[in-house]
Design a binder for this molecule. Sequence first.
Ligand SMILES: [Zn+2]
Ligand SMILES: [Zn+2]
Length: 281
Amino acid sequence: MILGAHVSIAGGVANAPQNAVDCTCETLQIFTKSQLQWQAPPLLRDEIAGFKRGMKLNHLVPGTVHAAYLVNLAARDPDLLVKSRDCMISDLGRTEHLGIPYLVVHPGAHRGQGAEKGIQVAAKSLDYIFRNTHAHRTMVLLEATTGTGSVLGGTFEELAAIRSLCRFPARVGFCIDTCHIYGAGYDIRTPAGYTATIHELDRVLGLDNVRAFHLNDSKGALGSKIDRHAEIGQGEIGLEPFRLLLADTRFTKMPGILETPGGDGAYARNLAVLRSLIPSP
Ligand SMILES: [Zn+2]
Ligand SMILES: [Zn+2]
């Protein structure tokens, strides 16, 4: 796995590569604007050039952008749905301009419409987004969630259903967050549980469509639906699943992004823990 973290863009996106290097990252995830903002002015030419220069100089592998948390692709409220779709179109354009191949988004919450309807709305949202960004290549990665309340994506089947209803499936992949799938009830703590979960992942989503991992331990218990990230080895998941993931040759070229508490100040420590799990050749 290519290890990285969700780093700060304080002062502008052009600062992100140096922040990533300071945390010992090989790849990175960023927001391209405040995660609580619907819209932002387009990225300036200089910001884009500065970001790309920083990535290249430091041999960083382009990882992922995370979409704004406000986005709900399955929203019931028509205003919210329009805003969410437009926000994704602008985020996708920004991601493309930065040379990052993947935009990660949570599939959305159906808010009482029922999962089936929510899945249909989310797929229609993706259709709208891709129709309006047809010149772009950036893929949208639907992130696995804990599935709390009306949140979609708590099962691999729900994620697969959204992709299969979308008219542009080649532009839809998946991002697997270890904290989220554990909270959703996928027990990856033992070698047998890990093997069974990855088998399910392959059977339902196809490993070719899994393009990134988020590596987080979990403060919530197995199946608790709690989405609270913990530092690596300090939560309910423990170190074993990370050891298994890092040894799994199917994921050698995949970004593995930390979103652990403590942010940029704690990433180097967490990355060192992960690297200590990789057997020396
Ligand atoms: Zn996320
Ligand atoms: Zn995540």
